[in-house]
Write a protein that binds this ligand. Sequence first.
Ligand code: SF4
Length: 273
Amino acid sequence: MDSHSLPPGFIFSQSSLQDYNDCPRRFQLRYIDKLQWPAVETEPVLENERRQHEGQLFHRMVQQHLIGLPTEKLTPMANPAELSRWWENYLTTRFCLDGYALHAELTLVAPVGIYRLVAKYDLIAVKQSERALIYDWKTTRKRPRDEWMAARFQTRVYRAMLVQAGDALNGGKPIPPEQVEMIYWYADHPNEPARFPYNDTQYKRDWETLTGLITEIGNHQHFPLTEDEKKCAFCPYRSYCNRGGKAGTMDDLAETEPTNSEINFEQIAEIEY
Ligand code: SF4
């Protein structure tokens, strides 16, 4: 096997597809060569790590709350100021989920040729034969534009995978795309969720795109560096690619879209679920 080939059974996720889309070389270094984090992604490092850690804690607290742990047991864990604010925002938001079956931190897997595609959800709320809502909690400082989120692989993979592999949540019947909606809830912007409904045309287009992309990656032997060098500023593989030694700053990140800090958080979350 060529060292740059994917093993059969390789598991794709929204993060790895996003990485490939952003930079094929990053996909190779991260998922085939399995290189760990050779360079910091954002400065200041501690501030970034602290925020990621609090983001993980927040996700865990919400998951515990959704499976029935009492609020008074969880609230004392919301210590640091940011986490406390997110938790308060979560508790005071009306999610209107009466009558829904809640599936917190659920994973769906579907075969795609000799590979698999996985989606790990923060929450799927299902009212059988009526509605299927996908919730994703975001703790990024800045609320991204809806157009930007609509184009993310997370939005495409999560909705398509629920239609493709969510029968067990709907009494054994496929969930029609029209019943699916994806909602990003921003812990720092609790009254401005981003909502993405779905339909059959979008589903067919998404599934075709995802399976086509996975087949394309599986056939690749060569993974070129991105031509968009802006993508390198927050990439941990800069030294491997001679694309600069200095990390971008949190301020730089705040002025662009919350790309890598968010991707990293998603990857950390995936490992832990
Ligand atoms: S440093 Fe740039 S070219 Fe290298 S893997 Fe990262 S994004 Fe790709």
